[in-house]
Design a protein around this ligand. Structure first.
Ligand SMILES: [Zn+2]
Length: 79
């Protein structure tokens, strides 16, 4: 089986792979894709469902930006 490499859509770096045992005790390789967190109820969004491949770091940065925008928007509404 060919080992596929996934590149981060944001920074262009390779997504690291991790080996984890699944519930049956079989070792499998997983991609350590970042998850987006826009705050409730949009926390823990899997990038893959959006067709995005993001590394942990970029997902973290994007989440932070989204969070800031959200806070600014909310702040603007209450003032
Ligand atoms: Zn990245």
């Amino acid at each position: 089986m060919k080992i596929e490499t996934i590149i981060c859509d944001c920074c262009g770096e390779e997504i690291p792979k991790v080996k984890k045992k699944d519930i049956f005790g079989i070792e499998r390789e997983y991609y350590r894709l970042g998850k987006l967190n826009y705050g409730y109820p949009f926390n823990d969004i899997n990038c893959r469902t959006l067709g995005l491949h993001l590394c942990d770091r970029c997902a973290g940065n994007i989440s932070l930006e989204m969070y800031k925008t959200r806070v600014e928007l909310c702040g603007g509404l209450t003032e």
